[in-house]
Design a binder for this molecule. Structure first.
Ligand SMILES: Cc1ncc(COP(=O)(O)O)c(C=O)c1O
Length: 385
């Protein structure tokens, strides 16, 4: 059976070129990059090449990139590192729709004595800058606003949010895990202090990521140990993963312009055809000014998303009912809740996320099957137009 993978916001396939770049570091080049001997230390060249590849994708300098184990670690490093810096600043301000990697970390820090404020999100999934402004003050250590939301794909006003943080003397962090490699992002023009990214969202391997920390900013390290990464992130280098992330970043940059156009065209076609063929469906955050090219959440009124997912799965089509991390928790999405979507409708939400490998045929097949599945489930649901 030909499968259709439309869950690229959860994770992506490893690009063949990435796997090829990693292989020597999984096989013969197994030395420790921090070793004195050349068998290990020669790997530092490959690690620094990867640093350059990641830096170029972000418009950053090489020395501003530090490798981590992924988005979750980078988010933890940003928040935990920032609040330890200055005892007079213990405030954290984030948006109400952050990924659990930020939200739960911020809540944990609140339990440890920090203050936590959540900036409001409007019905289009967009950040309220007025709300953010009211919450940020001289006690704020860090403002953390995601670059693009993992459920709705809504792109946040980072430049304006960074200005609000900086006006109060706070650091500005963005969780750009969903944005990097999918839509252009430039840390210097947006005035971002700290940024998190993850390799597995851009056709790289799982368990590796990076944190951009603007030159001059010092964060108290999350992991202490062998002083790798200038002491910012200790731990033996994951050379294969880092090389894979570097290659993935290089490929993402090479394909970025084409990917943005291709994914947008396919996603818009998908949305239009689903709305035509599935009565009672609508696009979440349709009114947002900017959304990621390839991510959409649709609500099919009166239908349990899990029923749709199961029937799609049986036909080899893979989508998601929200963020993979909250699947199985039965809690309605905090993102949809923050947007004012009611509980019943939130249980009818399905996310489809494309990649640069998604084809038009795959989109057509998904639309056709969705129409059949939704029609079938509607017949047994109490929903009426
Ligand atoms: C917005 C966002 N932040 C952070 C993460 C966590 O990244 P990782 O899986 O690399 O820990 C994810 C993963 O789903 C995400 O979508």
């Amino acid at each position: 059976m030909n499968t259709v993978y439309l869950d690229n916001a959860a994770t992506t396939r490893v690009a063949p070129e990435v796997l090829e770049a990693m292989m020597p570091f999984l096989k013969e080049e197994f030395g420790n990059p921090s070793s004195f001997h050349s068998f290990g230390s020669s790997q530092m060249e490959a690690i620094d090449k990867a640093r350059g590849q990641v830096a170029r994708l972000l418009g950053a300098k090489c020395e501003e990139i530090y490798f981590t184990s992924g988005g979750t670690e980078s988010d933890n490093q940003a928040l935990r590192g920032a609040v330890r810096n200055d005892p007079a600043r213990r405030g954290i301000v984030i948006s109400a729709v952050e990924h659990p990697a930020v939200l739960e970390t911020a809540k944990a820090l609140e339990n440890e004595g920090c203050t936590l404020e959540l900036a409001e999100i409007d019905k289009n999934g967009e950040l309220s800058l007025e709300s953010l402004k009211e919450l940020v003050d001289q006690q704020t250590a860090i403002v953390s606003i995601m670059a693009a939301n993992n459920e709705t794909g809504v792109i946040m006003p980072l430049k304006e949010a960074a200005r609000i943080a900086h006006d109060a003397g706070a650091l500005f962090h963005t969780d750009a895990v969903q944005m990097v490699g999918k839509s252009p992002i430039d840390v210097h023009s947006l005035d971002i202090d700290i940024l998190s990214l993850s390799a597995h969202k851009l056709h790289g391997p799982k368990g590796v990521g990076a944190i951009y920390i603007k030159k001059g900013i010092e964060l108290s390290p999350l992991l202490t140990g062998g002083h790798q990464e200038k002491g910012v992130r200790s731990g033996t280098y994951n050379a294969p993963g880092i090389v894979g992330l570097g290659k993935a970043a290089e490929l993402a940059l090479t394909h970025l312009k084409d990917t943005v156009i291709r994914e947008r065209v396919l996603r818009e076609k998908f949305e239009k055809r689903v709305l035509e063929t599935c009565p009672g469906s609508f696009v979440v955050a349709e009114g947002a000014a900017q959304r990621l090219p390839g991510t959409v959440t649709l609500i099919f009124k009166g239908i349990e998303s899990e029923a749709v997912l199961t029937l799609l799965d049986m036909q080899g089509i893979y989508a998601s009912s929200g963020s993979a991390c909250s699947t199985g928790s039965k809690n309605p999405s905090h993102v949809l809740y923050a947007m004012g979507v009611d509980y019943t409708q939130a249980n009818s939400a399905l996310r489809f996320s494309l990649s640069r490998y998604t084809t038009e045929e795959e989109i057509d097949r998904t639309v056709e099957l969705l129409a059949v599945v939704v029609e079938r489930l509607r017949r047994i649901s109490p929903y009426t137009e």
